[in-house]
Ligand binder design. Structure first.
Ligand code: S3P
Ligand code: PEP
Length: 429
């Protein structure tokens, strides 16, 4: 599928974006492991989260929906999952895979997990290593580093794990496995990563100890079925928000967006770049802070994005590189080598595609340098099957001098069904 993006004068109006992907995955997983019913609202009907629903269906969990974002999960408790009759398919979703590996590690049965071509090339030793130390066995390609992976779970022992990477997927895999291990499981990470697992575990009745970058849980707790209203996804909101910030005269509001402080690096960077950004109607929703975000287009200036900010905006870097290309001056992005192991190598793919628009962008081993302010021309851009690249390049096209074609744009459905419609709704031509 191709997406044609016509240049626009500015963006104007109010929209909401689909539910948060990270929170949606976790609602299915914790709902399945709880006793009683879990009701989810504003569940993300994107392909990644639908893959999670399918996997849990195959593990014997009764799930109704999703229907217009409503999902009802009949929890089976910590001991109720069933051996799947076939291979589990996580599609394009790293989060489904790594969190599910943590859960499968604690099951007294055998399962096999695979995914699409992109996912089969993403590193899994980062979770199979600590889960093996807890007592699970894995068999897979290249010394168990890649999908497909066979998992033989069983009785786990707790560990104190020092993660080498600030990654919520690694932290969550070990914590979810820790639910099945008798005793205290601890994860420490080098910088704070998104804490949706911790927040949701607490709302399902699990007690955690959180000090600095360390989380501790006592194994074998009881999870209670719950109601979860999923906030709008800040990683999806990022696309219209950046577009409005770079197009002078724009004025948009994205309502009901999650602004969890472990996810709000985008807002901090846009402010540093000089964006006119306001948070309105800040409130709590199912244990997560939410706000309406208003951005008025004033033009941006270059900045540095590095260090502990990186995990707080990791998925927003492709679109922030687009912001940098439209900003006056230099933007340096570093400490972001994790971008190389996402749905595509996002350092390489962002640089390659933005160059086609005429941007001045250079790859670093762990980031990018963008000399902003050059006029961009519309082009034919590739998605590499990576939803964030497809949407970031669409934003680049909005401010360019000629129409842009995004090839392979079907992948936007992974995280933002209705993306093209949302842009059209806001566009002033
Ligand atoms: O836990 C999660 O829901 C996610 C964590 C991040 O990955 P890492 O944990 O690999 O950094 C992020 O890139 C991904 O989109 C979602
Ligand atoms: C990296 C991402 O997701 P995942 O790791 O779940 O595939 C993303 O959505 O940008």
């Amino acid at each position: 599928m191709e997406l044609i993006v016509n240049p626009v004068k500015k963006l104007s109006g109010e929209i909401s974006v689909p539910g948060d992907k990270s929170v949606s995955h976790r609602a299915v997983m914790l709902g399945a492991l709880a006793r009683g019913t879990t009701e989810v609202e504003n569940f993300l009907m994107g392909e990644d989260c639908l893959a999670t629903v399918k996997c849990f269906g195959a593990l014997g969990v009764q799930i109704k929906g999703p229907d217009k974002g409503r999902l009802t999960i009949q929890g089976v408790g910590l001991e109720g999952l069933k051996e799947p009759a076939d291979v589990l398919d996580a599609g394009n979703s790293g989060t489904t895979t790594r969190l599910l590996l943590g859960i499968l590690a604690g099951q007294p049965f055998c399962s096999i997990l695979t995914g699409d071509g992109s996912l089969r090339n993403r590193p899994m030793a980062r979770v199979t290593k600590p889960l093996s130390d807890m007592g699970a066995s894995f068999l897979g390609r290249q010394e168990n580093r890649f999908l497909p992976l066979a998992v033989r779970g069983g009785t786990l022992k707790p560990i104190a794990f020092q993660s080498p990477v600030a990654s919520a997927q690694i932290k969550s895999a070990v914590l979810l496995a820790g639910l099945f291990a008798e005793g205290e499981t601890t994860v420490t990470e080098p910088a704070p990563s998104r804490d949706h697992t911790e927040r949701m575990l607490e709302s399902f009745g699990v007690q955690l100890l959180r000090t600095g970058n360390t989380v501790t849980l006592q194994g074998r707790p009881q999870l209670r079925g719950n109601k979860v209203r999923v906030p709008g996804d800040i990683s999806s909101a990022a696309f219209p928000l950046v577009a409005a910030a770079i197009l002078p005269g724009s004025d948009i509001t994205v309502t009901g967006v999650g602004i969890n402080p472990t996810r709000d690096g985008l807002l901090e960077v846009l402010r540093k770049m000089g964006a006119n950004l306001e948070l309105l109607n800040i409130r709590m929703q199912s244990g997560e802070p939410v706000a309406d975000i208003r951005v008025r287009g004033t033009g941006l200036k270059g900045t540095e994005i590095s260090g502990e900010l990186i995990p707080r905006l990791i998925d927003e870097i492709p679109v922030l590189a687009v912001a940098a290309a439209y900003a006056e001056g230099t933007t340096v992005i570093k400490d972001a080598a994790e971008l190389k192991v996402k749905e595509s190598n996002r350092i390489a793919t962002v640089a390659e595609e933005l160059k086609k628009f005429g941007a001045d962008i250079e790859e670093l081993p762990d980031g990018l340098i963008v000399q902003g302010g050059k006029p961009l021309q519309g082009t034919v851009a590739q998605s590499y099957g990576d939803h964030r690249i497809a949407m970031a390049m669409a934003v680049a096209g909005l401010g360019a001098s000629r129409p842009t074609t995004i090839e392979g744009a079907h992948c936007v459905d992974v995280s933002f069904p209705g993306f093209a419609h949302a842009l059209k709704f806001l566009a002033v031509e």
